[in-house]
Design a protein around this ligand. Structure first.
Ligand code: SF4
Ligand code: SF4
Length: 185
């Protein structure tokens, strides 16, 4: 799912009035955060909560927002724009939209930057654009130590790609990988 990071609520509070509405999408916010977090955001921002089922697939949202000082939206950036368009109102996001993640227990890790030019067929199904901190397309870099990334926080993704291709007897293909930069990197 799309990963969301809640903005600085103290800063947001200075932008909004005393009687606000927090529109939440039923999907990504509740995948990223527990329900209690949504309640805490609403409480802090003096907002009632109105949940909309999958904002990104809706063309028919009917909410009377005229009496509210501010309309806040907890969704991805697309959802916030859809609310703004359909309700013809200023919409304030309460979260920043990040790339696509996977969830393991309570931990969310980013796996895909949605680059629009998927190269997983060349990299044994592992994404260096997202999972190498430098986004290198021809790693590993000189900082790799015993299979670990120089950050010390994770295995070097290029070491994993090498190991997987070695297992499949595809090291000739590994040596050919020297991809041009993907747009946006
Ligand atoms: S190459 Fe990586 S960032 Fe691009 S689409 Fe594939 S998984 Fe996503
Ligand atoms: S050690 Fe590997 S994962 Fe870490 S920055 Fe270098 S190439 Fe990327």
């Amino acid at each position: 799912m799309i990963t969301l990071k809640i903005k600085d609520l103290d800063k947001l509070k200075k932008k909004v009035g005393k009687n606000n509405l927090l529109i939440t999408c039923s999907n990504c916010p509740y995948w990223n955060y527990p329900r209690e977090t949504v309640d805490e955001i609403a409480d802090k921002l003096n907002a009632g909560i109105y949940n909309v089922d999958e904002i990104c697939g809706r063309e028919d949202i009917t909410i009377d927002v005229v009496d509210y000082d501010s309309v806040l939206v907890f969704s991805c950036g697309a959802g916030t724009q859809i609310i703004s368009k359909i309700l013809d109102t200023e919409a304030i996001p309460v979260a920043d939209t990040h790339p696509v993640g996977a969830k393991f227990g309570e931990t969310i890790q980013t796996y895909c930057q949605a680059c629009g030019n998927c190269i997983l067929d060349q990299t044994a199904g592992l994404c260096p654009i997202t999972r190498c901190p430098k986004g290198l397309l021809n790693g590993p870099c000189g900082g790799m130590q015993k299979g670990m990334c120089e950050t010390g926080e994770q295995p070097c993704i290029w070491a994993l790609i090498f190991q997987r291709m070695e297992k499949k007897h595809k090291l000739d293909d590994f040596l050919k990988i020297n991809m041009p930069p993907v747009s946006g990197k």
